[in-house]
Design a protein around this ligand. Structure first.
Ligand SMILES: Cc1ncc(COP(=O)(O)O)c(C=O)c1O
Length: 380
């Protein structure tokens, strides 16, 4: 059957090939340490699950307003005020089916065919594909390991052309874990204000409200990837446009998940701190582990739960299945020969790197690190 030309420009997620291969190996009885995952290995907090059960008991099983219930919108405003010092009213926030859907909807509401959007690389795999679906063209700014993978205000300015309308910031970043300082954000923000760019950010950004689109979700912070609740805070006219699109696509995010997300955002926050502490310890383990592997170069990340070492020192070496010519070859070698799943950097716009997630128990991380070390040392 013919499929649309629109989809012809969209690549499937970079993790798919590795995940498929890992599944095949597991079915063959191989023990695979999965460091490819992009979700916390913690459970959703109990009070959040209780809020979902209670929502069902209260009969909250029907359509809700398109952009989310008043309860959730209030919870989003509360969260933005409490954690980020941002004031957003009820007409300036909306909930969607995960952060990914919030971004997709925002891109469609913001961009026209041929609009250019500055995208610092390495970038999250979905940005270029979602921009392409919205008819927008990424202007990629490749950031340097030496600068901690952060784009400077000068680099942003130099990337701007007459059709550039927006810039995407993702701090802390998936895949590099790089995070911008307040001063760096301010400098980028000044360029954006002067050049009238929309700033789409996955994270806190306090000063440039007029052209700012904040996208966030409960997926990672509250171990709620399966609940599919993300949200956007932006000027009311953009929220109105996004609501029109969402109203003709998903209608509303799931009513029960909305109740749970409201409980996550406004209830006790201790589980977030517990998770963050554990991630900090695991990060130290990963940085130390990769530090003992000759040929691997790793810029220590500041956030998220990934490390993204440069492995290009191994390109040209040989393993039992042939020469390693790329990050994908190396990831595949690690999976097949060492039973460790990772994600190669090509899909993140960083073909010298491989992403390893540390959203896994410490024992698994130690085992994974030991296997990677042995496998890399065996390359000739
Ligand atoms: C940078 C970034 N933004 C957004 C998302 C979307 O998350 P979700 O749709 O699960 O809320 C992810 C998930 O991996 C991500 O890494």
């Amino acid at each position: 059957m013919k499929t649309s030309a629109r989809l012809g420009v969209v690549k499937p997620s970079a993790t798919f090939a590795m995940a498929a291969e890992a599944t095949v190996l597991r079915k063959q009885g191989r023990d695979v340490v999965d460091l490819s995952v992009g979700e916390p290995d913690f459970d959703t907090p109990e009070h959040v699950k209780a809020a979902a059960r209670e929502a069902m008991a209260r009969g909250l099983t029907k359509y809700t307003p398109i952009g989310g219930t008043d309860e959730l919108k209030d919870a989003i405003s509360t969260k933005l005020r409490r954690d980020n010092g941002l004031e957003y009213g009820v007409t300036e926030v909306m909930a969607s089916c995960g952060g990914k859907h919030a971004l997709y909807t925002a891109f469609h509401a913001l961009f026209d065919e041929g609009d250019e959007v500055v995208l610092p690389a390495p970038y999250w795999v979905s940005y270029p594909e979602m921009l392409a679906l919205a008819g927008a063209v990424p202007r990629i700014v490749t950031t340097a390991v030496a600068r901690g993978f952060r784009m400077s205000a000068e680099e942003l300015e130099a990337a701007l052309g007459p059709r550039t309308v927006a810039v995407i910031l993702n701090s802390p970043s998936n895949p590099t874990g790089a995070a911008y300082s307040a001063d760096e954000l301010r400098a980028l923000g000044e360029v954006a204000l002067r050049r009238k760019l929309v700033v789409v950010t996955d994270d806190i950004y306090e000063r440039l409200r007029p052209n700012l689109v904040v996208v966030n979700s409960v997926s990672k912070s509250y171990a709620m990837t399966g609940w599919r609740i993300g949200y956007t805070a932006a000027p009311a006219e953009l929220i109105r446009a996004m609501t029109v699109l969402q109203g003709q696509t998903t209608t509303n995010p799931t009513s029960i998940a909305q109740a749970a997300a409201a409980a996550a955002l406004t209830g006790p926050q201790d589980s977030v701190a517990v998770m963050a502490r554990e991630f900090t310890q695991r990060l130290a383990l990963m940085v130390e582990g990769f530090g003992t592997m000759p040929g691997v170069r790793l810029a220590p990340p500041q956030g998220a739960f990934y490390v993204f070492p440069d492995v290009s020192g191994f390109f040209g070496r040989r393993g039992p299945d042939g020469a390693i010519g790329s990050a994908t070859d190396l990831s595949m070698y690690l999976l097949r020969r060492a039973g460790v799943a990772s994600v190669p950097g090509e899909g993140f716009g960083a073909p010298a790197h491989v992403r390893f997630s540390y959203a896994a128990a410490r024992l698994l991380l130690e085992e994974g690190l030991a296997r990677v070390k042995r496998a890399l040392a065996a390359l000739r």
